[in-house]
Design a protein around this ligand. Structure first.
Ligand code: KIV
Length: 257
């Protein structure tokens, strides 16, 4: 599984499935599931893994560390790693930073916003680049739906075409009205991967922690929760604590003689 098979699935009309992972075990499970077309090592790890208020403090070294862990768990998967805030502003620096992420195990990098000369430089060096439009967490002032007014929507449609023209192999569309997600998806020839962009994008991406219900806050509207793993984890911890309290743990079969 790599870029070729990602694009092949798109050409066949399969809805692409992308999920984030930040560690070896989750990456291994996503690969074993057999249904994930790409694993995204998202800089969302700054929030869901490191507990920061934004993704802005995440460094290239941290992204490389998590990418290496994900690669150890998912040797065959197509892995895309986010270029963190500030690492992709200048083409020469972006190239050096992208190379660090590729050496750590990424197959491709993702870049937020309209950074056309950076995308051109990386693609020119055979580094596959995924774009990202709509809500851009690295620079967003508020986490609200983007592209609601006609001028913003028009600008985003032009940005999408410009990313394609610069050589991006795909793009994430985050938190935009469904008609805009549909219009952009129909106007470009590369796969669009939506997160809160409606049903007509070429595929969908979610942060794995949200899908699993690991968070304690309010989830965005587009997060469908199949389980509340957070509650399950708390229940299991309480069960174990009870077993310890009533001296039921460790049992004879859980001890060394
Ligand atoms: O950082 C991330 O996880 C992302 C996804 C939400 C698309 O960019």
């Amino acid at each position: 599984m790599g870029l070729e098979s990602f694009l092949e699935q798109f050409q066949r009309g399969k809805k692409l499935v992308v999920l984030t992972a930040y560690d070896v075990q989750m990456a291994g499970l996503l690969e074993l599931s057999g249904v994930v077309d790409a694993i995204l090592v998202g800089d969302s790890l700054g929030m869901v893994f490191q507990g920061k208020n934004s993704t802005r403090e995440v460094t290239v070294e941290q992204m490389a560390y998590h990418t290496a862990a994900v690669r150890r768990g998912a040797a065959k998967s197509f892995i895309i790693t986010d270029m963190p805030f500030g690492s992709d502003l200048d083409p020469t620096e972006a190239l050096a930073n992208a190379q660090v992420l590729l050496e750590a195990g990424a197959d491709a990098v993702k870049i937020e916003g309209r950074k056309l000369s950076v995308i051109r430089t990386l693609v020119g060096q055979q580094i596959p680049v995924m774009g990202h439009l709509g809500l851009l967490p690295q620079t967003a002032e508020s986490f609200t739906v983007q592209g609601k007014n006609p001028q913003e929507a028009q600008n985003m449609r032009q940005d999408a075409l410009a990313l394609q023209e610069a050589g991006a192999f795909s793009m994430v569309l985050e938190c935009i009205p469904t008609p805009l997600g549909t219009a952009i998806s129909h106007s470009v020839d590369i796969p669009t991967i939506g997160i809160g962009a409606g049903p007509d994008t070429s595929g969908q991406v979610l942060v794995i922690n949200d899908l699993l219900g690991l968070g304690q806050g309010k989830y965005a509207r587009f997060v469908r929760q199949y389980t509340n793993l957070g509650q399950t984890i708390m229940d299991l911890v309480q069960n174990w604590a009870q077993d310890i309290a009533r001296q039921d743990y460790p049992s004879p079969s859980e001890q060394y003689n």
